[in-house]
Write a protein that binds this ligand. Structure first.
Ligand SMILES: [Zn+2]
Length: 262
């Protein structure tokens, strides 16, 4: 029961304050005092200054295991298991937190990977992509955020290349609330699986949240295969978020990026 309560507590925190889920004793207080951050480095709120905007955000500047990264040199590892996806459809509940569109998930969907089960909390988008591969960004990237019973975060990232339209993204953009708003669309369901490619090999590394407070210890699983959105869909999303919402890539430092074998 204890772990279930912990999980629900974390889920509630994500739903109400997705950017402040770690290391904050009073989330309500933090919401009131959280400074504004943005993606324009010409401004004081820009990514290279995030670590100076709040004491709890210092790790954005000082952390050695930050995300996103450029994925270039990787090492195949037989120790990585495949990801077992158990994602169900969920009522379409969209939040516009001013930084992204986030679809909050009903409890009951999960992944199992490398001996641990993680519950799916929400998925959200970045444009252009945050991770790059061999120095190249994609038009968009979707992040499916999960948490284990013990509170460890695992994110599945999928690069979205330009190509066929995503019907799910279309529904999300068409029904998106204004900044700060949250809506539930009656009788509409979505499934994060619609963004999954058929092949599910992945790159694995230890990183962080890509928004303040940039907390580390996040287990990243970036799929090596991609799915698609149209240029227009990516453009529309970028316009909603004032020119883009991708944090620049961070130094890899001593980390290794492992690749699951086929
Ligand atoms: Zn993200």
């Amino acid at each position: 029961m204890k772990s279930k309560n912990l999980r629900l507590g974390i889920a509630a925190l994500f739903a109400s304050a997705p950017l402040l889920m770690f290391g904050v004793s009073s989330s309500a207080m933090a919401v009131e005092t959280a400074p504004h951050f943005c993606y324009d480095d010409a401004l004081e709120c820009g990514p290279s200054n995030w670590g100076n905007l709040a004491d709890e955000w210092k790790v954005c500047a000082t952390g050695q295991n930050q995300s996103p990264i450029n994925i270039s040199r990787t090492k195949e590892s037989e120790r990585l298991s495949e990801i077992r996806f158990n994602w169900k459809s969920t009522p379409l509940k969209i939040k516009n937190n001013g930084h992204t569109l986030q679809v909050n998930y009903e409890p009951g969907s999960s992944i199992r990977v490398n001996g641990e089960t993680y519950q799916l909390l929400q998925f959200h988008f970045h444009s252009p992509s945050e991770h790059s591969v061999g120095g190249n960004q994609s038009p968009m990237e979707v992040h499916m955020v999960h948490v284990s019973d013990s509170g460890v975060l695992a994110v599945v990232g999928v690069m979205l290349d330009a190509g066929e339209a995503s019907h799910t993204l279309e529904e999300i953009i068409a029904n998106a609330p204004a900044e700060g708003g949250e809506v539930t669309i009656a009788d509409k369901y979505v499934n994060a699986s619609s963004f999954l490619p058929r092949e599910r090999e992945y790159w694995n590394y230890s990183g962080s949240l890509t928004t303040p407070p940039c907390s580390e210890g996040v287990r990243w699983h970036v799929l090596t295969h991609r799915t698609t959105v149209t240029h227009d869909q990516a453009d529309e999303f970028v316009h909603m978020f004032h020119g883009g919402n991708a944090r620049p890539v961070q130094p890899l430092n001593d980390r290794k990026v492992l690749r699951s074998d086929d």
